[in-house]
Design a protein around this ligand. Sequence first.
Ligand code: NAD
Length: 477
Amino acid sequence: MNHRAKNYFSHQWQNGSGNIGISHDPATWQPVAEYSCATTAEFETGVSAARHAFDCGTWPHQPRLRAEILYEFAELLQARSREIEPVLVQLNGKLIKEARGEIGAAISELKYYAGLARNLWGRVAEIDSGCYSLIAREGAGVVGIIVPWNAPVTLLIRSLAPALAAGCTVVLKVAHQTSLVHQMVLECLTDISSLPQDIVCSFVEDGADISKRMCEHPLIDVISFTGSSQTGKKIAASSSGTLKRLSLELGGKAPVVVFADADLAAAAEAIAIAGYFNAGQDCTAATRVIVQDSVYDEFVALLTEQAKAVAIGAPADEDVFLGPVNNVNQLARVSDLLSRVPSHAQVMTGGSALDRPGFFFPATVVAGLRQDDELIQKEIFGPVITVQKFSDEAQAVSMANGVDYGLASSVWTANHGTAMRMAKAFDFGCVWINTHIPLVAEMPHGGFKRSGYGKDLSGYGFEDYTRIKHVMTNLGA
Ligand code: NAD
């Protein structure tokens, strides 16, 4: 193996003193790269340096430098994108076109936050004669970011870019499954000669010691985490000792409500794309379809037809529509959930892992499920779309909202009034109308309920990495 993912601390990419792990290609289960784990002692070195750089360095006070560096980061990522794409495909298992789209989105986010870096300003008010209050917005401090494997480029950048734009320094714990991708992306930042020292450090681990220490660490002010709700709850508990600010982007169970007046064929095609995208390993995936009873049978048939037509294979192949899930635990998790389909439901297509090398699970449709079924209530995080039936708007809303999660949702109808009533009633941080999945740098993304709190993307995501300071001055009457 030619490649080994390293850690970045003390101004260089270096092997950690922890164990050496192996990253596998999910499509073949062949080893493709190594990663070198850091120790908690090495992590402490990075945290102390990041703290010192925030408290004593000029970085928090140089918005124009931050903007220039983020813009150069975007340009370098663009220049290296052709080199990173195949590694992203090989380590994550996502399709080459998805890899291209993901890196493109990250470049867009970097440029967006490069612009916002120069827009960090506050307000002034005259409270009384000669007495002025100045409201300053400043960087929130040292930010710890725990990055997942399912979208290792965008989910890294959408926390890192606003944190840097705000003048924070950053300590990263990247996913070991995709650590080489994280390194290649971060090199586009660490290669910039004008980047001051100790603004960023990055660590790999395959357990959770560093992540746990990050959450408890007295020198870290903010934690940004993207991952499961279960781990998010543990992070909220362990961060409470130091009262850290948290941005938690957790699980999802997106409802996709289809009314009888929707363009059913177009909706089935778009929902199959948004449900099987990234092999369903996306917290916003369109995987919980709720269809009006008068068109239920027709829609189930259309969706099943779409699922059966899905081309499964090597994700590097441009004609493939569904690649493998990322790892053995993912395959086991999805298989386990599908082994317990209740007898009142019908597996229309798919339903069990494919007998071939790699972690392939077919595009699956399960119809006839009830609201309290496990497949409706639990995040599957695999290429499985469930279908339920509703009779009126009130029931559609009740079924859509009847889960613990509150991240993303969509409604499909030709009637604008219906769409807007649903949008108002849905208890989800994002509602798409006649579309599902697009996220853009300019607009906020984040959940309600057990999907977490805080926002990613947009000016709201930027604010999560800032704090407000009030300065009052009395000039005399
Ligand atoms: P996870 O949420 O279990 O763990 C993610 C990371 O959290 C780990 O790599 C570890 O560094 C850290 N961690 C674990 N325990 C911790 C603790 N007690 N304190 C602090 N940090 C801790 O995710 P996973 O193991 O990669 O995947 C498991 C499931 O999570 C998936 O099947 C999926 O359902 C979900 N998931 C969701 C997203 C998302 O975008 N919402 C992303 C990845 C995974």
